[in-house]
Design a protein around this ligand. Structure first.
Ligand SMILES: *Cc1c(COP(=O)(O)O)cnc(C)c1O
Length: 458
């Protein structure tokens, strides 16, 4: 098959064969790893080898040593954390990105990759109903998208306050007030720490984890000077969305920058049935989202979106002085933390081309329908309780007291038919299932419910 590929042929043949075995094992394999980290380490060899080894043999050794330690994150029965699978077009496109090996930081070096990523960015803005002139950076994930967006926010609001961050740094400048919801994702705090912005003011949330507007109003009243509000679209436990439109209007009254963590929730905008959840999203200043979750492209791929043109470039640009001119063509390295970088936006183009607008809608609607079916099925089990309003892809279940819930999860994971995650939700132990895989179907849902039933009745 790969004859004529010169020194690559044998290794690629082996990689293709192992890929096929891996993907075709999904229907029957347990989704959790069967080997420990230690065991994989030993099988890989432990000691640095002295001599060389044929590429094909390396691939065989690697695949064989690692395989039993793999989690089937691409399987439709993997409901742990918030993990997307891989669409076939996105996977194949990612292989090509590897083979092409384009250093995709600049259009001068990699015009084809810049064209493809820019088109993916344009399609994303249309699909997610965000202002079409926004700047888009393809990051490694939402954490780095937060970092990039909040760097733009920090730069802009300090500049508006008359402070030149590039020349002076943060020390001695006006204090920046950061407001976050009580149930924000931890990666917001991580990004704030990277940026030296200090501890945020925490605004209480309601029973679904949504930021409370009355409390936000009070907190904003106490801010004098530059401020950034971080909202959330899609709480990792409940799936709930902050009231983005009202919170944004309130924050903008105080000239605060509004950033939204929409790691998996922003994709609601692609569905006419769900877009009300992100109502007002087109008015916020920046968004972070992941393509490696809901869109089901391979790791790693996050997206930073900043609506004010030039802001991302001024904060993240390779050459911020030149970039200050505002409309020089943006290179990828002007929007993200890396200079040399993989063209990780190319699989996004492939995913969008393969699904089209209605395919993305059906993907998101399908995840939510399956989450609701799982929640309904669990609710009918003896002693079970669904702890959240299932408005999106997340389901939190409890089975009586914390001890019993932990025991149910332990039995579920020991069996390994499905993966779910232990979480604390509003002070209670819960089992969380996230439906984020394009391939999860009705059969997977009923297999999951059977596994839950066995775990509760054993
Ligand atoms: C996953 C997630 C993040 C972090 O994204 P990474 O891609 O892991 O960096 C942030 N916020 C929410 C709500 C998430 O689900």
């Amino acid at each position: 098959m790969t004859h004529g590929f010169g020194p690559y042929a044998e290794a690629l043949d082996q990689a293709f064969r192992h890929t096929g075995m891996w993907l075709s094992s999904f229907p029957t394999r347990p989704v959790l790893p069967r080997s420990t980290e230690r065991e994989v380490w030993s099988r890989l060899g432990a000691e640095l080898p002295q001599s060389s080894c044929r590429a094909a043999e390396v691939v065989n050794h690697l695949a064989t040593a690692v395989e039993p330690g793999l989690a089937a994150m691409g399987s439709g029965r993997y409901f742990g954390w918030v993990m997307g699978g891989i669409l076939p077009a996105a996977m194949a496109a990612d292989w090509l990105v590897t083979a092409w090996d384009q250093n995709s930081g600049s259009r001068e070096a990699a015009p084809a990759m810049v064209a493809t990523e820019n088109l993916a960015a344009k399609w994303l803005l249309e699909l997610l109903k965000l202002p079409l002139g926004s700047e888009v950076g393809f990051t490694t994930g939402s954490t780095m998208a937060h970092f990039s967006c909040l760097a733009a926010a920090r730069y802009k609001i300090l500049r508006a306050a008359g402070w030149d961050l590039d020349a002076n740094g943060l020390a001695g400048g006006p204090p920046v007030h950061i407001l976050v919801g009580e149930e924000r994702h931890k990666t917001i705090d991580v990004a704030l720490r990277y940026l030296g912005l200090g501890l945020p003011t925490v605004v209480p949330g309601d029973d679904q984890g949504r930021i409370r507007l009355d409390a936000l109003y009070d907190a904003l009243k106490r801010c004098d000077g530059p401020a950034i509000l971080c909202l959330q679209a899609g709480n990792v436990n409940s799936g709930a969305f902050d009231p983005i439109a009202d919170a944004t209007d309130m924050a903008h009254e105080c000239d605060a920058w509004v950033h939204v963590d929409g790691a998996f929730g922003l994709w609601a905008a692609a569905s006419p049935k769900l877009e009300h959840l992100v109502n007002g999203g087109d008015r916020v200043d920046s968004w972070a989202t992941d393509a490696h979750k809901t869109l089901n492209v391979p790791y790693d791929c996050g997206i930073a979106i900043v609506t004010q043109r030039g802001a991302l470039r001024q904060a993240m640009g390779y050459d911020p002085v030149l970039n200050d001119s505002g409309d020089a063509p943006v290179n990828p390295f002007d929007t993200v933390p890396e200079v040399s970088r993989r063209a990780r936006g190319v699989p996004v183009w492939a995913a969008l081309r393969s699904l089209g607008r209605w395919g993305v809608r059906d993907l998101v609607d399908g995840l939510v329908d399956n989450a609701r079916a799982i929640a309904d099925g669990i609710a009918s089990l003896e002693g079970a309780e669904i702890l959240n309003e299932v408005v999106y892809t997340q389901v939190c279940a409890a089975f009586g007291d914390d001890e019993r819930t932990r025991a149910v999860l332990a039995r579920l994971l020991a069996e390994g038919t499905i993966c779910a995650t232990a979480v604390k939700w509003r002070g209670r132990q819960a089992i969380r299932l996230s439906v984020s895989n394009w391939s999860t179907d009705a059969a997977d849902v009923s297999i999951a419910l059977d596994a839950m039933r066995r775990a509760t009745t054993m």
